[in-house]
Design a binder for this molecule. Structure first.
Ligand code: NAP
Length: 191
């Protein structure tokens, strides 16, 4: 049997947990050290998975990268050229396309809707979060879907003197019943 692909999601957040101020906010606020981590991780990946909003903002920088762009503007899959594929995950499972293409290492680049789609479909094995020492006080969260998952911290590293922190987590399959102290579970309403 072929080994399962590794899905690695990368995100930079503010201290208050936002990935952007608005949907059209370009990620130019991250540190040089985070950008280097992004470049290194992309270089070690077979393909990038990215939402159409983020792709439109970063298209210039991604032209030489192999990208799958998630969008509702195509029925299933539209291959534009050898490095660019548009696909609609509502009509064709992303995991099927990844498996059929033989990709082994996947870099999930967001934004919120794509991180949420991947979380909801159990497609995040590793989560790298770079916390930049800034506060937005508003903005887009990392995830926007009600989906409970547990992750385990595998490493934490201070990347620069300003205090940019790189936190690496792996999905914790074993401990699905564990809940953090104070975690609220809501009763299921009977019909
Ligand atoms: N800080 C970071 O690390 C980081 C990383 C990435 C992005 N960002 C920021 O995040 C913001 C964008 O995030 P976002 O959540 O607005 O957009 P997004 O996730 O980049 O893209 C959303 C788009 O993806 C498509 N899509 C999503 N789910 C789909 C589904 N289930 N089926 C079909 N198509 C689907 C839709 O495209 P169509 O409208 O074409 O149908 C949707 O409008 C930007 O500001 C960007 O800079 C930050």
């Amino acid at each position: 049997m072929l080994p399962k692909p590794l899905y690695r999601a990368l995100a930079a957040t503010s201290i208050d947990g936002k990935i952007a101020k608005r949907a059209d906010h370009f990620s130019d606020w991250t540190s040089p050290e985070d950008k280097q981590h992004l470049r290194d991780t992309i270089a070690a990946s077979d393909v990038i998975v990215i939402g159409n909003n983020t792709y439109k903002l970063a298209e210039d920088r991604l032209q030489k990268r192999n990208c799958i762009v998630l969008t509702s503007t195509v029925a299933t899959i539209q291959r534009i050229h050898s490095l660019l594929t548009y696909m609609n995950p509502s009509n064709y499972p992303l995991a099927d396309l990844i498996n059929e293409s033989g990709y082994k290492t996947i870099c999930i680049l967001g934004g919120t809707q794509i991180y949420s789609y991947c979380l909801h479909n159990n497609l995040i094995d590793e989560l790298h979060i770079t916390v930049e020492p800034v506060v937005f006080g508003e903005g887009l969260p990392l995830f926007n879907t009600p989906h409970e998952s547990n992750f385990e911290l595998t490493s934490s590293q201070q990347l620069n003197k300003r205090g940019t922190m790189l936190l690496k987590y792996t999905y914790n399959k074993k401990d699905l019943q564990w809940k953090p102290p104070g975690f609220q579970t809501f009763p299921v309403r009977s019909p």
